[in-house]
Design a protein around this ligand. Sequence first.
Ligand code: UT7
Length: 325
Amino acid sequence: MGVTRAQVTGVGAYLPKQVLTNADLAKKLDTSDEWIRERTGIRERRIAAEGEFTSDLAIAASQEALRAAGLNASAIDMIVLATATPDETFPATATTVQARLGISRGAAFDVQAVCSGFIYALAVADNFIKAGQVKNCLVIGAETFSRIIDWDDRTTAVLFGDGAGAVVLSAAQGDGTVKDRGVLSTHLFSDGRLHDLLYVDGGPSKTRTTGLLRMEGREVFRHAVTNLSEAIELAMRSNGVEAADIDWFVPHQANQRILDATARKVGVHPSRVISTVAIHANTSAASVPLALAAAVNDGRIKRDQLLVLEAMGGGFTWGSSLIRW
Ligand code: UT7
């Protein structure tokens, strides 16, 4: 049966120039390169420059994705931007991106699901395309978490970085089978009861301030492996595929130990895991598209290969997606 599929036609990434190494952090905090590497796999992260905003990162990544897709910005009908660090409380950062890309039609809005934001944005875009309402959509994950970090808290300050990744999704015809190229399925979950394990202690309504990130890392870790492996297994089961059929596992980049444990649990071989956590750290909603861009640009991810994407973050929110590239 003929169906409409959302195919990925371009991918782009942007990282701020400034590199902050573990050694740099150890000069200001009671931590060490050894601790950070052993517990997280992180070696360094990028930090946005003064005056460089989430929208700037998002625009640079989007321009690269549009170039890769061979599309002019005027062909974009919708922009879905996942971020927990918008330029302003309102309007949506997506509208700034829209204006600066020179687009004056269609819709642009933000999606807030913290580290799962890109999977949520992908699901929204996929459903608009499948419904026939949108032909070409920019899906962006962009964050400046350096602005909501408590730089005196060693339990969180060492974990996060800034960056942006973007994909262009375009409507195409498929046969309705797992052999179709494009997004094959998306699976979203949340459980608001777990708010206190990962949140920001401020906001316009509660405190009239932005607030800083607070996390019970050990508890988040425990939930992450369970929730993510269940979401991946659901994505595989829904499409009638097994771990051996997956060419690339493109996970949210929070901690190398979470990547390893999740891959082991679902039976994906470590050589099939795309990992950028060592050089990007946790860039929240940007981490999955940044990892995608790295593996597409270095030639690992190739046309027709099967990818599983996943992420989990504050809320809690989590989700997965199966994509044929
Ligand atoms: O994006 C989604 C959300 N985030 C995550 O997925 C993060 C999930 N959690 C994690 O990645 C890990 O739990 C962390 C990396 C945050 C922590 O690793 P851990 O192995 O769970 O360590 P821990 O929290 O159990 O802490 C072990 C020790 C503690 O000292 P004591 O109590 O054993 O004396 C901490 O105080 O390590 C100490 N510690 C540090 N030591 C040096 C915590 N942070 C640091 C640090 N440097 N930066």
